[in-house]
Design a protein around this ligand. Structure first.
Ligand code: IMP
Ligand code: MG
Length: 180
């Protein structure tokens, strides 16, 4: 285990099994709909790659980059760093995200896609952070959730702290001394 990690929350095998389950559900849901599966960069890149391998139906992939975080705190503002290439008109969109925390990022994306004529917009997030103030957060719910995690800063499997730790094959909690 990486020495900056306090504990492993979700190990590789558990991730793999759950993503296989989600892939099976999404295959049923999206067969015959040729969805655009949209990866929210950078955090969702590993989850996205593993998830689409478990989806046994025609689909298109696209990527979008947004930023809202500085270090361990949200900046409260979402910026589109890279927009997607495909037109959303009449399409079924599945947004794939790494973690739903305050909901700011996903509520922003959902709203902006509603104005672009998508037929349906659903959200699949690997992690849902169990925040005490969830009810008062930017109102957005995920349609598919991999795991609920405690309200701690997590890294690995795509998620970073200042661009590090994305390559860890598991989801772990960082030691406080790393970011304080
Ligand atoms: P939200 O807009 O507050 O829901 O935050 C979503 C984004 O913040 C995610 O896409 C992540 O990039 C980042 N984020 C939130 N919580 C964590 C965390 O615990 N570890 C790493 N990144 C996080
Ligand atoms: Mg992210």
């Amino acid at each position: 285990m990486n020495s900056d990690i306090k504990k492993i929350l979700i190990d590789e095998n558990t991730l793999k099994e759950r993503i296989r389950e989600l892939g099976g559900i999404l295959t049923q849901e999206y067969k015959d709909r040729n969805p655009i599966v949209l990866c929210v960069l950078k955090g969702a890149f590993i989850f996205m790659a593993d998830l689409v391998k478990e989806m046994d139906c025609p689909l298109q992939i696209d990527f979008m980059a947004v930023s809202s975080y500085n270090g361990t705190h949200t900046s409260g503002e979402v910026k589109i760093v890279k927009d997607l290439d495909a037109s959303l008109e009449g399409r079924d969109i599945l947004i794939v995200e790494d973690i739903l925390d305050t909901g700011l990022t996903l509520s922003f994306l959902k709203k902006s896609f509603e104005h672009r004529g998508a037929r349906s917009i659903r959200i699949c997030t690997l992690l849902l952070k169990d925040r005490a103030d969830r009810e008062s957060c930017n109102f957005v719910t995920a349609d598919y959730v991999g795991f609920t995690v405690p309200d701690e800063f997590v890294v690995g499997y795509g998620l970073d702290y200042n661009e590090r730790y994305r390559n860890l094959p598991y989801i772990g909690v960082l030691k406080e001394e790393v970011y304080s």
